[in-house]
Write a protein that binds this ligand. Sequence first.
Ligand code: MRU
Length: 343
Amino acid sequence: MVETIRWADDRIFILDQRLLPHEIRYIECLDYLTVADTIKNLAIRGAPAIGIAAAMAVALASKQQNTTYFEGFYRNIKKVMDVMISTRPTAVNIQWAMNRIDNLILNNSNRPVDEIKSLIVEEALQILQEDIKVNKTIGEFGSQLIKDGYSIITHCNAGSLATGGYGTATAVIYTAHSQGKKIKVFADETRPVLQGARLTSWELMQNGIDVTLITDNAAGWLMKKGLINIAIVGTDRTVRNGDVANKIGTYSLAVLCHRHGIPFYVAAPTSSIDFSIEKGDDIPIEQRDDAEVTTIQGQRIAPMGIKVMNPAFDVTPAELITGIITEKGIFKPSEITRLITQK
Ligand code: MRU
């Protein structure tokens, strides 16, 4: 599987996903601000991947601090964390990763700053490795839902590219495939940024999965024709009551599944679950640039002066979700608070 992000020689290498599927090129990040830009401009995207990128950015910034005084060091790193948190608001993984590093620093505040810097680097690399492990476990649990011959629909890219590796929704697909089950995947193209067309279809093809690209508009009709057995999507933030924020269009897909009696599952690492928020209405939804809607690959397709709304995410209410696949098992949305004690 192609590597999404790598730490080497105190630099961060980020696969530029804007160029996929045409070109594999890495952006070499020498400072945290470059990483923040890659997150904002979607060179790297997907909730777990941007959490990992933010953690590595903080590690890089820590290494570059000259001060040996804890107070000054901590103040500077808090500023870096605030910059990373401000890059994209919906995915909770950045906040989650920042909290982890913040706790680590505070728990080691009596140690020399140089030691704290090394601990931060280790923590960032650990976050990456844990994510891959978590995805594989999600794959093992989720693959129990997949029968031989199943057709799976997915939305956006909850794949290897969106994580440290292996993906969340795609982990279920990869694991079922490795178990010898004959499966087909339908990938929604996912307007406006086309993560399904550019990323998921490419990633699945690279890994030998039988994948068919469809327009977002085709999903309902395929369901009506009996061509879909199950839907599996990722999440940017799942909250206490089981409501799920994910790429815009996920809600529509869930409504369609409900209409056609098709099970709708969300693959959610616990790093994407935010127990501090009660319900989906309180999840911040990122609004992105109008140009994502009015142009396709730089070519204008809409009249000049047209009004545009471009929410990047929507919220699927818990009642439309059959189950949430985590690394701790599969839960009904109403049961995910059971994870609080296990977290
Ligand atoms: O805007 P994006 O491409 O970052 O949106 C990504 C998604 O919505 C994914 O489904 C989600 O982050 C889960 S990735 C495992």
